[in-house]
Design a protein around this ligand. Structure first.
Ligand SMILES: [Zn+2]
Ligand SMILES: [Zn+2]
Length: 342
């Protein structure tokens, strides 16, 4: 396929530019060309576009990594897919050969190539993806649901590390898409109570609708005091999905509890009370990207067991991507989807 397409380039210093560019040319035999159906805006995209950026990215690249697309061209070595198949893509291409890949930790691949964060991204009409990184989805899985595959796969990776049990108490700090996906999965595990801390009123309202037992505005209330009132000892699990709230998570976890760190914000370096971690015997667990969790994410979406559509606040054409990023930044948007059919 030749010709040009529209794509959203990161130009540095918070600047996003939508312009015509060449449709990618397949240069590996195991590659496929996808026509992008939709790509959702991730908190990471918002971090990249902050000034100064709170997630590093080289200017001149196309943003976007949470996409669903249709196969329109296949390389000669592609076996599993045919033209017309619909796929979701793990955007962090691993090599399969390095020490971490061989240790079953492809999310820590030494040669990782992150789509949309240093290469071609999903906020474009077409994108290349390799067979290895693509996962087939059913013909009738709604686009607006399929687009959750990547963030869901990352959340499942985090859930597998902490394995919350029924009746355990959880605090989720941050009610953006990731926090709310955690909330839905925790809920389906029988976790109780679930406390959500979030400064945006819109997002707190969403958290309530999605089943949070308590919501807290950390700007108006003392989170630690509220958590103690509710649980009397602190929560079994405190998850920071913001990337800068580790101290809050530590102070709200009970003795012997777990702190899960999901979000990334490279521009802040929160002071951490090491003695609290020692004296409370906390387990502090980071979780990074997806790791063999895409098949599970696709299965969850296709089974329709976890209701994620209510998270969608905005469905916009590519031209309004910047507006969408602003909705995310202000907390007015939760799941903001760029739909290429618009
Ligand atoms: Zn993401
Ligand atoms: Zn590797």
């Amino acid at each position: 396929m030749q010709g040009t397409m529209k794509a959203a380039f990161f130009e540095g210093n918070g600047v996003l530019e939508i312009r015509e560019t060449e449709i990618p040319v397949l240069d590996r035999e195991d590659e496929m060309l996808l026509k992008v159906e939709a790509c959702s805006i991730c908190g990471t995209d918002v971090h990249v576009l902050s000034v100064p950026p709170s997630y590093p990215m080289e200017p001149g690249n196309v943003l976007g990594h949470e996409l669903v697309g249709q196969v329109v061209k296949i390389g000669p070595a592609v076996k599993k897919f045919k033209i017309g198949d619909r796929v979701v893509v793990n955007p962090n291409e691993y090599c399969g050969k390095c020490r971490y890949c061989q240790a079953n930790l492809p999310n820590h691949c030494e040669n990782i190539v992150p789509m949309g964060l240093g290469g071609e991204g999903g906020f474009a009409e077409y994108i290349k993806a390799t067979e290895k990184m693509s996962y087939k989805i059913k013909k009738d899985l709604p686009t607006n649901l399929a687009v959750f595959a990547e963030p869901l796969a990352c959340v499942v990776n985090g859930m597998q590390k902490v394995r919350p049990n029924p009746g355990e108490s959880v605090l989720i700090i941050g009610a953006g898409p990731i926090g709310l996906i955690f909330l839905k999965l925790m809920k389906s595990c029988g976790v109780y109570p679930i406390i959500v801390s979030e400064p945006s009123a819109v997002r707190r309202e969403f958290a309530k609708k999605m089943g949070a037992d308590y919501v807290v505005d950390p700007m108006k209330e003392n989170l630690e005091e509220r958590v103690l009132e509710i649980t009397s000892v602190g929560v079994d699990l405190a998850a920071d999905v913001v990337g800068s709230q580790m101290s809050q998570a530590i102070s709200c976890a009970r003795r012997g509890g777990t702190v899960l760190l999901f979000g990334v914000n490279t521009s802040v370096h929160p002071a951490v009370s090491q003695s609290d971690i020692v004296q409370k015997e906390l387990r502090v667990q980071g979780t990074w990207l997806a790791n063999a969790t895409f098949p599970k994410a696709v299965a969850i979406l296709e089974a329709g067991k976890v209701e994620l559509e209510p998270l969608i606040t905005h469905v916009l054409p590519l031209e309004q991507l910047e507006q969408g990023v602003n909705y995310m930044r202000s907390g007015e948007g939760v799941e903001v989807i760029i739909d290429f059919s618009l």
